[in-house]
Write a protein of this length. Structure first.
Length: 508
């Protein structure tokens, strides 16, 4: 067995049905135990989306949201949706919606924990699973394992995979040689990431809404043009999802499996990636960024993935494979699974320009994912080397490696690189899901404290001891320096109630 076969085998084992079940079960568990905050607190999600301090050490709540969403919204939103339809039929889209709804609770927990146990490193907030695994579970080896998985997946293999898709799509659409596209992408990438978290956040703040809104607008135009077909399209999705459509009865199980699998892969809820972006935000309470990140899961799947599905299904530009051989539906003879479905759907709106539009969309989707990879890689490099006096030099070297990997990946695709990236992401998902399940108590405590303070009429401010959270002393300085008014109001209410909270002085 050669190295390619070995990495492919390991990747397949990690991304087995067991991981899909764990993602689903974890989402259901947190949804129930938190009393479905993804429904109860939607107003809070939107409210906190535009909040946050954007302090000298942290980014705004919206910028943290944009960076995480940039990581979630990627190639999977175009090719992944097509793959789900190809193998699972239209019903797979419904199950993608389900996993997004359920997964939002997992996204809340991991992001709130990342905020609770974040650190200030080299003048910037950093955090994520490696940090809360060490501080919450008191296991440095466990934390190191997660950090190394991130560095492999996001630092050494992931950038090349994303860059190759950009370069390949531009060659097919515009005839531009990969070396030219790769040079441009690498230089732009380097310019942004060497500016630090602030510059990455500012770029994401502009690019992510632009790309998502533009993509959704095109899908809405296609819907309007095909408005008479829309009711039948949604009927097809729901009937196929519940085995009520004879045409797709043979792949009912595949609809569930592929919908959940592609939904998990696309929205990344519970995998620990979004949590690392969440930790960089400056907010008064971890629950605020937790709710914002839960909302980013909705945007990724309920809006962007649905936009792709609507374009494909309303125009009928798709194929569905039959596991027994041949096709159940073959509307596009000779077109394989991938971006081809979306290209053909857009060609119905602007003939001959489908590949060009998809190439531009892929550039924005993949490039913002690249930026998120840079944040995730540096956060874990910071975790490992944060006590090293040469940390800043190490961080610069890592950024340079990221730029180099981006360039070389754009001109040379490798199945081994794909396998290694999938192995890294799979390890991240397994390790983080286990960690957040073990940290259920402090995760729940953050939301309970947030809602209790809201009932008091307060703008919630985080004092770790109120939630029984230790090793989070940074929040004492954050609260006193940035939120003295909220802190004073909380202290006054505590004093009036006559209830002491572990003899902690909350006064600024």
């Amino acid at each position: 067995m050669d190295f390619k076969e070995l990495t492919g085998l390991i990747s397949g084992l990690l991304w087995s049905k067991a991981l899909i079940f764990l993602c689903l079960a974890t989402g259901v568990y947190f949804s129930v135990i938190l009393k479905f905050p993804q429904l109860r607190l939607i107003k809070d999600m939107v409210k906190h989306l535009i909040g946050g301090d954007n302090s000298e050490k942290g980014v705004s709540s919206f910028q943290g949201f944009a960076m995480a969403l940039g990581g979630r919204v990627g190639i999977g939103n175009i090719a992944g949706v097509a793959t789900a339809i190809y193998y699972g039929g239209p019903g797979a889209i419904f199950w993608m919606w389900v996993i997004a709804f359920i997964g939002a609770s997992s996204a809340y927990i991991e992001s709130a924990l990342a905020q609770a146990w974040k650190e200030e490193i080299a003048g910037e907030y950093r955090g994520g699973p490696a940090y809360y695994i060490e501080k919450g579970l008191k296991s440095r080896p466990f934390a190191i394992a997660f950090a190394l998985a991130v560095i492999i997946a996001c630092g050494f293999t992931g950038p090349g995979v994303q860059a190759f898709n950009i370069a390949d799509s531009f060659k097919n659409a515009f005839g531009i040689e990969p070396v030219i596209t790769g040079t441009f992408v690498a230089l732009l990438f380097g310019f942004v990431i060497f500016g630090g978290i602030k510059r990455i956040a500012k770029f994401a703040e502009f690019a992510v809404p632009f790309m998502a809104i533009g993509y959704i607008l095109v899908s809405l135009i296609i819907v309007v043009i095909n408005i008479k077909k829309v009711p039948a399209m949604f009927s097809l999705i729901f009937s196929s999802a519940f085995n009520l459509n004879a045409t797709f009865g043979a792949i009912f199980g595949s609809a569930i499996m592929w919908g959940v699998k592609r939904g998990c892969y696309s929205n990344e809820a519970g995998q620990g990636t979004g949590a690392q972006a969440a930790a960089t935000a400056g907010v008064s309470h971890p629950a605020k960024q937790g709710l914002v990140q839960a909302f980013s899961v909705y945007i990724d799947t309920l809006f962007v993935c649905t936009a792709t599905a609507i374009m494909i299904l309303s125009t009928g530009k798709y194929n569905v494979v039959n596991p027994a051989g041949g096709f159940i539906v073959e509307n596009l003879p000779g077109v394989g699974v991938g971006v081809g479905f979306t290209q053909e759907a857009i060609n119905t709106l602007i003939p001959g320009y489908g590949s060009k539009f998809v190439a531009i969309a892929l550039f924005f989707f993949a490039f913002t994912t690249l930026l998120s990879f840079a944040v995730y890689t540096e956060s874990n490099i910071a975790y490992i080397f944060r006590h090293n006096e040469n940390y800043k030099t190490i961080a610069k070297v890592v950024k340079f490696i990221l730029v180099v990997m981006t360039f070389f990946g754009s001109i040379r695709s490798s199945e081994v690189a794909w396998n290694l990236a999938d192995i890294g992401v799979g390890l991240m998902a397994w390790l983080n899901l286990i960690a957040i399940l073990l940290l259920t108590k402090p995760g729940i405590a953050t939301l309970k404290d947030y809602e209790e303070q809201k009932k008091m009429g307060l703008d919630p401010v985080f004092i770790p001891e109120r939630c029984g959270i230790k090793n989070a002393d940074i929040w004492h300085d954050i609260a006193k320096k940035h939120y003295p008014v909220q802190l004073k109001r909380l202290n006054n209410i505590i004093e009036k109630s006559g209830v002491k909270s572990d003899n902690i002085d909350f006064r600024s």
